[in-house]
Design a binder for this molecule. Structure first.
Ligand code: ADP
Length: 533
């Protein structure tokens, strides 16, 4: 039919041009290694991004070549987020917390030809570079500046990009099997930014004067899309650099009047502890909401922030394979004005999908009812959900025959459509043939006043196949024993759900992106046979 709309490609150069043209004065603030504040603008950053695009081409890189980054969150990394894809190359963010063997595998598998690296991370790069095909190393504040100086930003010509061309890639952290590469297209990146923008938080509420602080690393699934979203909206960006301790993050929030921040629960639990210990010390009146996700967000934390500090947490769910934001717990209609207990109940769920993300949950071929009770594996589809992994044909079974991605997350779905994550399938506890949700138990334990952190794992059991064990970190100066905790849980769960064993530990081991590392706990505790209740 004629009279139709333009076939306009959804690509990042359009976002770059928009930002330069309309939001040139917008600020990008970085916390430097020496704790100083570095300030620049979108105008300058995008000029340098164009310069980078030109320089990479002059250095001999070709369309589609992978250019890696091994960097903390800072303004030069932001340049790379635009300069690399806007030059027609593929930004590959390397996770600086991984073991050198994993980094070697990932950089080699992706075929990275070049890397931009922080000076402080150069020793890490040296431990694996010889196992990769990396030809060029550009060091931030050093040879990277020399690289930029070789190029004139005005020589940048927008490559004639197809919106389905690769813009960026990121590997899953590979808690099972080898890490898998996920490739984001220009189209998926732009649509993801729009999808997140269409929702709460950091959505329509973001005005030009709001500062956004992505605490989530830029090597963790595109920092959840916030660099792109903030650039599209012209919002001020605050990058924490290498400083992720609660005290410095709070300082950033106060000094830069941060309105929106995002990160994993472990970081936000640390911030809450500090706020509780020093009520009123930090003026966080500019803060509108904090997006927390990546692992289950304890209800007690959501409640603690709101009740004791007047701060709002919005939970998000997603995966590297889903760009990553797929759902957020924004409360529609009557839920937005419900009593606080009801609101916290819903905020403690993974929320409803963003527009154009669709969900279902199945056991075998059977879809489970959306009754908040039945559990099944969550499947998703949408324009920013991966269709396959990069060069990993043996992983095709992660997609169903009818084109949905199998998340590996075991969920129930509330009648109102809210996803309730119960477990990852590899963490599931199957006792006497029935599933026990470690997430529900952890959530409940972390509501105990003496508990700082709790992780529940399955350990082998002769009679029941598996039983839950709770590893618990107590708050400083607080005390509780196994009986206290079991008694605390008892009214909330069936008797057979209650952990048989409680182990009090100094710290829960964490993964490279700050999630509970349950494999390490299982190795530590599973050897010793459980006492059957
Ligand atoms: P990995 O954890 O393997 O590094 P991802 O960062 O892609 O890889 O993690 C995705 C997983 O994180 C999801 O499959 C889910 O298990 C977990 N997750 C993410 N958000 C939430 C949430 N809000 N609640 C519970 N689990 C979550």
């Amino acid at each position: 039919m004629d009279g139709l709309m333009m076939d306009f490609p959804l690509t990042l150069p359009t976002v770059l041009r928009r930002s330069e043209r309309f939001f040139g004065d917008g600020e990008i603030v970085t916390r430097l290694p020496d704790k100083g504040f570095h300030r620049t603008t979108y105008r300058e950053t995008m000029r340098r991004a164009r310069q980078l695009a030109v320089a990479l081409k002059q250095a001999g890189l070709e369309r589609g070549d992978r250019v890696a980054t091994l960097c903390w969150n800072h303004h030069q990394h932001h340049e790379a987020y635009f300069g690399i894809p806007c030059g027609g190359f593929v930004l590959h963010t390397l996770n600086l917390r991984l073991h050198p063997n994993d980094l070697a595998y990932i950089a080699d598998h992706a075929g990275d030809r070049a890397v931009i690296v922080d000076r402080s991370l150069l020793p890490l790069l040296e431990t694996f570079r010889d196992r990769t095909k990396i030809e060029h190393v550009w060091v931030v504040e050093d040879s990277y500046e020399e690289l930029l100086a070789t190029a004139n930003p005005d020589d940048w010509r927008e490559p004639d990009l197809d919106e389905n061309e690769a813009a960026a890639m990121c590997y899953t952290s590979g808690t099972t099997g080898m890490p898998k590469g996920v490739v984001y297209s220009h189209r998926s990146t732009v649509l993801h930014a729009l999808g997140v923008a269409a929702n709460e938080p950091l959505g329509l509420g973001v005005s030009l004067n709001d500062a956004v602080m992505p605490v989530v690393p830029m090597f963790h699934a595109n920092a959840w899309g916030y660099p792109y979203l903030a650039t599209m909206q012209g919002a001020k960006l605050v990058y924490p650099g290498p400083h992720l301790d609660p005290e410095t993050l709070l300082e950033n929030m106060v000094v830069e009047k941060v309105g929106w921040a995002a990160g994993v629960p472990t970081i936000w639990m640390g911030i809450l502890r500090l706020l509780d210990e020093n009520p009123g010390k930090w003026d966080l009146s500019a803060m509108k909401a904090m997006l927390v996700g990546g692992s289950a967000v304890p209800r007690a934390m959501i409640e603690g922030y709101e009740k004791r500090h007047g701060l709002k947490i919005v939970q998000g769910w997603g995966m590297t394979e889903t760009s990553p934001v797929a759902s957020t717990a924004a409360l529609p209609y009557e839920l937005a004005v419900a009593d606080e207990e009801t609101r916290w109940d819903f905020q403690a769920m993974a929320g409803i999908p963003l527009p154009f993300v669709e969900i279902r949950a199945r056991v075998g071929d059977q879809e489970i009812p959306w009754d908040g009770e039945a559990m099944g594996e969550l499947e998703v589809r949408g324009p920013w959900v991966a269709k396959s992994y990069f060069a990993a044909p043996d992983s095709a079974d992660r997609w169903t025959d009818d084109g949905w991605f199998r998340t590996g997350d075991i969920v129930s779905i509330h009648p109102k459509g809210f996803i309730q994550i119960k477990d990852r399938s590899k963490d599931v506890i199957k006792s006497g043939g029935e599933w026990i949700s470690s997430v529900d138990l952890e959530n409940a334990l972390m509501a105990h006043p003496a508990v700082a952190e709790a992780a529940v794992i399955a350990i082998p059991d002769e009679k029941w196949a598996e039983r839950p064990l709770a590893a618990v970190v107590l708050k400083e100066g607080a005390s509780a024993n196994a009986d206290d905790l079991r008694e605390f849980l008892a009214p909330q769960f069936a008797k057979w759900w209650l952990p048989d064993r409680f182990e009090f530990v100094d710290e829960i081991p964490k993964t490279s992106v700050g999630k509970f590392r349950k494999t390490a706990l299982r190795e530590q505790f599973a050897a010793e046979p459980a006492r059957t209740a």
